[in-house]
Design a protein around this ligand. Structure first.
Ligand SMILES: Cc1cc2nc3c(=O)[nH]c(=O)nc-3n(C[C@H](O)[C@H](O)[C@H](O)COP(=O)(O)OP(=O)(O)OC[C@H]3O[C@@H](n4cnc5c(N)ncnc54)[C@H](O)[C@@H]3O)c2cc1C
Ligand code: SF4
Ligand code: SF4
Length: 445
């Protein structure tokens, strides 16, 4: 049965795999919605049966999972040729944080952290709402409001695992001053919806920064990877980084053994090759991998090859005047070194948005044909990119591949959210424990 988005509830969004796990619904309806880790899917809202219709209506209004709308913007000053596929772009640079420790620990050139810190240390922002590894279970993430360099430094590095930074938006509302938000494109899109609903939130956001994002793998992906690396029990993990500490860095895990702390690692490329097979379904229907709803978006400059031993560089994109001002202030204050790049570099970026939008049109068409749940997108030229940006084979693949996935992923069925609770180290009193030796290597794709 086709699911008209007008009659969807937050529970439908989660159980019908339209959820991207941002956490915004829990921020606007905290008495009735709680974000939990769902092992095979990602961060998901658990909705109480007592939830009131009005609160849940607000939750749906801020949900990016059901769909997105690109607002009609004043095109003055925007790079016209990039607008259809990449969203609003005023200017772009390649560069890095001049704070060497930050740059080394950062995922790319630590642009996200450097810009956020500039706002806190020099431009009057109170803190940065973003995500970090959970100290009690470092293979999971939680949302934090960082107010010091040490806290921002501790949260550097992309985490290829479920994270719901919007579930902490109340911390921004409670803060004594404006804050910076860092998240993935869908997280930032949720913030854009939430600030329209709540003007008080709009006033408290100094800057939004989006990191590029190809897909979020499930927690199962990370646990299987730990199993491959021979880590016997995730409860013994004391540190886990997906990249950073070099560019792009390595997947690194430290865990307790009877003989002391042991470390294992794997190349970033091999880890991503494994993890991306566990991507949540909604990422296949994502129209925005580069953060078009943010003031600033940052990614890897993968339009060029990385030099031998080269340390981190970021592609930094100004999408709004506020974003451009922050970037120019970072350069003027010596916080970042930046060189302007032209629109031609976008031809070599990954993900490549013209192809993403084209494939998305084919996928949505297949879901429509099969009456399977699908998000709605407005203001995005999807059909045009399907027609002009794809060859015959990918055109067919976008439709036929999706038809196969509808059955393989059981997209017609409901997938109730069940909470995965991490197990304390060494404790037999596990709520939900997991023995990595027994974890199946089967991926979701
Ligand atoms: C799931 C995922 C997919 C990615 N896919 C791509 C890609 O396709 N192309 C590409 O160029 N780059 C991708 N990246 C990497 C990322 O966009 C770049 O490394 C970006 O340049 C950020 O680097 P930085 O050095 O500026 O960040 P840093 O200064 O190291 O800061 C990283 C910031 O991101 C936040 N963060 C980390 N993980 C998450 C998360 N899972 N959810 C929300 N916030 C998070 C941290 O809290 C921190 O504030 C991906 C990252 C993730 C997490
Ligand atoms: S996409 Fe975000 S707002 Fe929508 S249901 Fe999922 S967590 Fe909630
Ligand atoms: S691919 Fe899109 S939907 Fe998936 S996590 Fe990244 S930004 Fe969100």
């Amino acid at each position: 049965m086709q699911l008209p988005t007008t009659s969807l509830t937050i529970r439908d969004v989660a159980e019908r795999q339209l959820c991207c796990g941002c956490g915004a619904c829990a921020a606007v309806a905290p008495r009735h919605i709680r974000m939990v880790d769902a092992l095979e899917y990602g961060r998901r809202p658990l909705v109480s049966d007592a939830a009131g219709a009005a609160e849940l209506a607000d939750a749906l209004r801020v949900c990016p999972g059901i769909g997105l709308e690109r607002p009609a913007t004043e095109t003055n000053g925007l790079i016209g040729e990039l607008l259809p596929a990449w969203g609003p772009i005023l200017d772009a640079w390649e560069g890095f944080a001049t704070d060497e420790e930050l740059r080394y620990c950062g995922s790319s050139g630590a642009a996200a952290s450097a810009l956020a810190l500039l706002c806190v240390e020099q431009l009057g922002a109170h803190g940065v709402l973003h995500i970090a590894a959970r100290p009690d279970a470092p293979y999971l993430n939680h949302t934090v409001l960082s107010t010091t360099r040490e806290q921002v430094l501790a949260a550097t590095g992309s985490r290829y695992a479920p994270a719901s930074p919007c579930d902490g938006l109340q911390m921004v509302l409670d803060a004594p001053g404006p804050c910076v938000f860092i998240g993935k494109p869908c997280d930032v899109a949720a913030v854009a919806k939430a600030r329209r609903l709540r003007p008080e939130l709009d006033r408290k956001l100094a800057l939004t920064i989006s990191i590029f994002c190809a897909a979020t793998p499930s927690t199962r992906g990370t646990l299987d990877l730990l199993g491959k690396l021979g880590v016997p029990d995730p409860a013994d993990v004391v540190e886990l980084r997906y990249r950073g500490r070099g560019w792009p860095g390595q997947f690194e895990v430290a865990f307790r053994t009877p003989g002391g702390i042991e470390r294992r690692s794997m190349s970033y490329e091999a880890a991503w090759d494994h993890l991306q097979r566990y991507r949540q379904w909604r990422c296949n229907l994502c129209p925005d991998h580069t953060g078009e709803f943010a003031d600033v978006s940052v990614g890897d400059p993968w339009y060029r090859t990385r030099g031998e031993g080269e340390i981190g560089h970021s592609l930094v994109i100004a999408r709004t005047p506020a974003g451009r001002q922050a970037i120019e202030q970072a350069r003027a204050a010596g916080v970042m070194e930046l060189s302007r790049v032209g629109p031609e570099v976008f031809r070599g970026l990954s993900p490549y948005q013209p192809r993403v939008l084209g494939m998305l049109w084919g996928r949505l068409a297949a879901l429509w044909l099969l009456r399977a749940p699908r998000p709605r997108f407005r203001g995005l030229p999807l059909a045009r990119h399907w027609w002009f940006a794809l060859g015959i084979r990918p055109k067919m693949q976008s439709v036929l591949g999706t038809i196969k996935r509808v059955w393989r992923r059981r997209l017609h069925a409901r997938h109730p959210v069940s909470e995965f609770a991490s197990r304390p180290a060494g404790g037999p009193e596990a709520t939900v424990g997991i023995d990595l030796r027994a974890v199946s290597a089967a991926s979701q794709e």
